[in-house]
Design a protein around this ligand. Sequence first.
Ligand code: AMP
Length: 281
Amino acid sequence: MFYLLILLLQMKLIRKIFDLNEEIKDRQELGFIPTMGGLHKGHESLIKRSKKKCKKTIVSIFVNPRQFNRTNDYKNYPRNINKDLKFLKKLKVDYVFIPTVNQIYHNKKLKKFKLKKNEKVLCAKYRKGHFEGVLDVMNRLINIILPEYIFMGNKDFQQLFLVKKYLEKIYATKFVTCKTIRNNNKVALSSRNYLLNKRSIDKAGFIAKQLIKLKIKINYNKENSNLLINDLRKKLSKKFDIKIEYLEARNIHNLKKNITTKKYKLFIAYYIDDVRLIDNF
Ligand code: AMP
């Protein structure tokens, strides 16, 4: 009981922007980790990076309705605030910000973002309006919190790519990229994994390992990358009864299809049991 009380005293739960401004006077050395909850060790790694680098750490939990292009996806997104709060208390986070939709969207004056035609690749091609929603909410959260550092995961590479491209020039906030945390079977940790049964997680592990092997093959045979990718795409769809939305190799500096340099990644999005997973290698 005493232990729990100490933990409670250490972490401040903030629900209103007014209270946030009262609580956080000094934004210097403030590290921020935006999340949609359903916390796991991937989020933990971002939080630990912030705690190491910054004097204070703030985590937000906000399932942003504007970035979901399917109502059911928004409805079914894993939410477990009590479990998340315990998780954050254990990590000795200083502040947790859990705003309502109204709190975030009541400022109507903020800039609207529109992706350019050549940016509509990968998830931007298949999830219409998704990144416009992500940019909107990230702009609002940074505008409210004004952190010195923001910690984001490479797991959502295209999100990080676009957020940096559009928001780095507006704010003084520095973006810190954090590596993807995986389970023992190489599956990238994700809140959406909570929606999968063990069999599907095992399938995802096999798929991840196949993609790691594919990347090694492509490294030695770049001119045949399309052929190698198509072969694996067919094999995986047939063997696992999954719907692959995209499996592509792209340059990490501009997300174009030119992979003649070493700096490229394989990007995948697929549906398993109607749950959409993304990853990159
Ligand atoms: P989310 O709660 O899914 O919106 O993710 C919040 C942040 O955690 C984003 O910056 C993600 O890229 C990051 N993240 C999600 N999964 C992982 C992971 N497996 N490893 C590292 N970072 C992650």
